[in-house]
Design a protein around this ligand. Structure first.
Ligand code: TYM
Length: 336
């Protein structure tokens, strides 16, 4: 069995892009019993970006509710909160002590922060915390703690998975003369999964402010879809589906047959108003039931917590024995 693991940082509200690009395929994979799937809320990573305790907590609950409402199979997968697995933070320190600083100097997130500071004429390390600098070590611990083979991620996270691989190799080389304790992970980027466009036609992303949040109330969802940028062609004039965000979002939610029909409607000059109305109906039909479950779940935080505790228990059944072996390998243990 492949062990598939991935995490999502608990900041902000999930949008249609997150859903199509990451959450929907992960939930499908959770139903495939030929894999073991591990999904977690990266709340320790959230502390790097957000120092508002209420917001960190609330975002964790919302993202957990999102996955559960969308039908994550928590019997067949392990769904947990990173911070509940104390062994991960312990492993992070141990890995810090084998990870070269030079490797972290090359990490994109850290470099981007430094470049932005320099561009603004500020001190290069302004507002750079040790958390940001060593973010990939914590991520390596997330992956290596469970001996994951496959890590599905978006392109922006490939470098971090490669770093986890490097760090695992280094650890095994130093401490595991006979059998390697840590599994070298591979990233998996699914090119068939759409990178959804946002309201302005660029990649949908919180940093561009062009998102459509996943569980907007129906009226708001309609309003947002009506805001998708289009050209000035009138009803009756043929339109090009391949340069249209309306069509791209349609395709992400439609069956092959529905997509062919919409392509035909574009050729026949469907008006933008009509196309958006149909798009709203399609997206709403896929999300309406989950939205109700989501709102209901958020009113029952104890039930969300119970799911996360169930996941933490399953996760720790794996992380506890492995951390014991790792402690022994590095020489930190007491006499039994
Ligand atoms: P995060 O929370 O930024 O993003 C979660 C996942 O979604 C992918 N993603 C996208 N994919 C397609 N289209 C988009 N518009 C889009 N936006 C985001 C991201 O690549 C990511 O796969 N550091 C990680 C979380 C993490 C993690 C881990 C992941 C912590 N530990 C261990 C894997 C394994 C992060 O911040 O992802």
């Amino acid at each position: 069995k492949q062990r598939v693991l991935t995490g999502i940082t608990t900041t902000g509200t999930p949008h249609l892009g997150n859903y199509v690009g990451a959450i929907r395929p992960a939930i499908e994979a959770s139903r495939d019993t030929s894999n073991e799937t591990f999904y977690f809320l990266a709340d320790l990573h959230a502390l790097i970006k957000c120092q508002d305790p209420a917001a960190v907590h609330q975002s964790g609950m919302e993202i957990a509710a999102t996955w559960l409402a969308l039908g994550l199979d928590t019997d067949n997968s392990v769904f947990y909160r990173q911070s509940d697995i104390r062994e991960i933070t312990e492993l992070t320190w141990i890995l810090n002590c084998v990870c070269a600083k030079g490797l972290m100097n090359r990490a994109h997130a850290y470099k981007a922060a430094v470049d932005a500071n320099v561009a603004e004429g500020e001190d290069a390390d302004k507002a750079v915390t040790m958390g940001l600098f060593s973010y990939p070590v914590l991520m390596a611990a997330d992956i290596l703690m469970f001996n994951a083979n496959v890590v599905p991620v978006g392109k922006d996270q490939i470098q971090h998975v490669e770093m986890a691989r490097d760090i695992a190799g280094r650890f095994n080389h130093i401490y595991c003369k006979k059998e390697p304790l840590l599994t070298l992970p591979d990233y998996q980027v699914d090119d068939n999964v759409a990178v959804l466009q946002g309201l302005d036609g660029r990649k949908m992303s919180k940093s561009y402010g062009n998102t459509i949040p996943l569980f907007l109330p129906e009226k708001q969802l309609k309003k947002h879809i009506n805001k998708i940028k289009t050209n000035l062609l009138e009803p009756g004039e043929p339109k090009d589906p391949d340069t249209s965000t309306v069509f791209q979002v349609w395709q992400a939610f439609a069956t092959a047959e529905q997509t062919a029909e919409m392509r035909q409607a574009f050729a026949e000059g469907i008006g933008w108003g009509d196309a958006k109305k149909k798009l709203f109906e399609l997206v709403n039909a896929e999300l309406a039931e989950a939205r109700e479950r989501y709102n209901d779940l958020l009113n029952r935080p104890a039930d969300i917590e119970a799911e996360l505790q169930k996941g933490a228990e399953k996760a720790r059944a794996i992380s506890k024995p492995l951390i014991e072996q790792i402690r022994e390998a590095v020489g930190i243990y007491g006499l039994a």
